[in-house]
Design a protein around this ligand. Structure first.
Ligand code: SAM
Length: 221
């Protein structure tokens, strides 16, 4: 049975999604997905009361869970459809993967790769508890992508890269789309489309702020 605390968080989540819907003109499928995923369970206990404030929050290992508006915008820009196979680079808490998993549904799959084993472990456990059997959490350097499950309909990177990693372009299906923040102090989100003939079209969407992508095709820190 749902407790008083859960009901309080459900109400806070509903209000946050209403605000985001108005401000971002969200589609129903993205709004519904945000409504379903209990963000308060993905943040460390001490930040729970702030989990429905539209802000990034610390999740340990010096990393953050992205702000809900950024998750919502990235879901819209990816134009996700039921049944798609999606790679997330930078799995973190598992929250963003859960929102995407709600949209691609049971026929789809999300593979989320995270470089910190402790974050990946926590995300995996929580997602299992919540019943997400269409998400696979992998520990590794996602700047190289994840060849084993390639190609992907969609790829999104939640950490900023110095440039667009070539393996990620290779692992995208023709007709597929990738979102990736690029830059160091000044970062821009790029929309990268692989056309059916294999050619690449890049568009700069706007300025963003993400933690760095650290790895072979990322920053070498
Ligand atoms: N999407 C996450 C969520 O919903 O909580 C938040 C992601 S956080 C902004 C970025 C994540 O990218 C961090 O957890 C960081 O450890 C991870 N990261 C950085 N470089 C990486 C790499 N080369 N491979 C995989 N993960 C990486």
């Amino acid at each position: 049975m749902e407790g008083v605390e859960d009901k309080l968080y459900d109400e806070k989540r509903r209000r946050m999604v209403e605000r985001l819907k108005d401000e971002l003109n969200l589609s129903d499928r993205v709004a519904q997905a945000l409504l379903k995923v209990p963000r308060h369970l993905f943040v460390p206990y001490q930040y729970r009361s702030e989990s429905y404030v539209d802000t990034p929050l610390p999740i340990g290992s010096g990393q953050t869970i992205s702000a809900p508006h950024m998750v919502a915008i990235m879901c819209e820009l990816l134009d996700l459809k039921p049944g798609e196979k999606v790679l997330e680079v930078g799995g973190g808490s598992g929250y963003h993967a859960a929102v995407v998993a709600e949209i691609v549904g049971k026929e789809g799959k999300v593979i989320a790769i995270e470089r910190y084993p402790e974050l990946a472990e926590r995300a995996k456990k929580l997602l299992e508890e919540l019943g997400y059997d269409n998400i696979e959490i992998v520990v590794g350097d996602g700047s190289k992508g994840y060849e084993k499950e390639a190609p992907y309909d969609k790829i999104y990177v939640t950490a900023a890269a110095p440039d667009i990693p070539e393996p990620l372009i290779e692992q995208l299906k023709p007709g597929g789309r990738m979102l990736i923040p690029v830059g160091d102090y000044v970062q821009y989100l790029y929309i990268v489309d692989k056309k059916p003939d294999g050619s690449i079209e890049k568009k700069r969407w706007g300025p963003v702020r993400f933690v760095p992508l650290v790895g072979e095709y990322g920053f070498r820190r």
